[in-house]
Write a protein that binds this ligand. Structure first.
Ligand code: GTP
Ligand code: MG
Length: 370
């Protein structure tokens, strides 16, 4: 059932909370300031104060906020989005760096590693892959718990001289829970103790049956250090992507997911957003979680200012009114009024949820003392 806290109700009527509490008392309802009351009671209070009742349902506020279906004929192939996971020190960062260096467009300007949370590599064949550089499993889990499904493929990095370790198992579990297929990069093949077959054998214990053993999990023996077989790994990723037939409609208002966000001195709130579908343009007005803004500038993973960003493209965005959270949904809306309405509504919801939580906490503390 819909509820509203006494404080929030008072705020919206521009009345003082103690007066609202008094009005409730007259109606026989004893409530504290942070207590949620049901919508019907709230309506009576509003009438008591002589205000007009205007119930805003979630559906009204969120109306037209992304999510609409695309026509099949508008769907166009898009690059796969890949997350690299694995045990500590097995070479995730080294591999991401090495893969990044395989980009053919970076060219002379290459070498600059403007660090944003994701980047796209274009291969000699023209095929593209987007890599997300999540700092760890926590980020992946946090994003997933917020309902964001951004990853199409997990590249599981396993050091050939070390084999399956606890965090490898954890990564496998995460990938499985998210129903994301795994491509295994058996890394550090240059090391004397490298034993890729042992890795394949161990994977079997975790229900990952590799191709060589009759399964469908692709493995590629690589060395991030010697840049060995990186193209092979990319081909395996593309093969896996082909099976999924990844498509998006680029000709619509953009929707995406916040990969990371922070407050920067002199730049304000900046966020890296991965576009899921549509095309984001400078000047677009958007909502991201409880925040909104207007795209003031977009910067790609090479540090270039760009005007537009399409599906599976990661961009850094300037123009947020506040800092969103990783995993937040990013949706372009028609105008500022809509953006403010949605962000405001979500902020109120969040405040209410927090108030309920803290009220409950206080109650529990009280009972603990009894
Ligand atoms: P965390 O982020 O701490 O979990 O580690 P990581 O998985 O990102 O590993 P990282 O890339 O930092 O590599 C860990 C160590 O392994 C570093 O000393 C790397 O130089 C080394 N390393 C990574 N890849 C290779 C490889 O292919 N061969 C060899 N010999 N060493 C490697
Ligand atoms: Mg690392």
């Amino acid at each position: 059932p819909e509820t509203i806290t006494v404080q929030e109700l008072a705020n919206r009527m521009a009345e003082r909370a103690p007066n609202v509490i008094k009005a409730l008392m007259k109606m026989g309802v004893m409530a504290t300031i942070n207590q949620p009351i049901d919508a019907d009671t709230a309506e009576l209070v509003v009438e008591e104060f002589g205000h007009e009742v205007k119930r805003v349902s979630e559906a009204d506020v969120l109306e037209g906020l992304g999510g609409s279906e695309d026509k099949p004929e508008d769907m166009v192939s898009r690059p796969p989005v890949v997350t690299v996971m694995g045990h500590v020190d097995h070479g995730k960062t080294s591999l991401l760096d090495a893969l990044r260096a395989t980009d053919v467009v970076a060219g002379e300007a290459g070498g600059i590693t403007q660090h944003i949370g994701a980047y796209q590599v274009q291969m000699a064949s023209g095929d593209k892959i987007t890599f997300i550089d999540t700092p760890g499993h926590e980020a992946f889990t946090a994003m997933r718990s917020r309902g964001a499904k951004v990853t199409d493929i997990v590249v599981l990095v396993v050091a050939a001289d070390d084999g399956i370790m606890p965090q490898t198992v954890e990564a496998i579990r995460h990938a499985r829970a998210a129903e994301v297929p795994v491509v295994v990069a058996i890394n550090k093949m240059d090391k004397p103790g490298a034993d890729p077959n042992r890795v394949r054998q161990e994977l079997l214990n975790h229900e990952l049956v590799v191709e060589e053993m009759g399964g469908d999990v692709l493995t590629v023996e690589v060395s991030a250090k010697q840049r060995l077989n990186l193209e092979k790994l990319e081909e395996a990723i593309l093969l896996q992507a082909e099976i999924q037939d990844l498509k998006a409609n680029p000709e619509r208002e953009a929707e995406g997911t916040v990969i990371e966000a922070k407050m920067e001195k002199g730049r304000g709130s900046v966020a890296t957003v991965l576009i899921r579908r549509g095309t984001l343009k400078v000047g677009d007005i958007f909502v991201a979680g409880t925040e909104w803004g207007r795209v003031r500038a977009m910067i790609d993973d090479r540090g270039n200012r760009i005007e537009e960003a399409g599906p599976a493209y990661p961009v850094e965005i300037l123009g947020f009114q506040g800092t969103p959270q990783a995993g937040d949904d990013f949706v372009v809306v028609d105008d500022e009024a809509k953006a403010r309405e949605v962000a405001g509504y979500r902020q109120r919801k969040e405040r209410e949820a927090l108030a309920v939580k803290s009220a409950r906490g206080t109650m529990e503390q009280m009972f603990a003392k009894i």
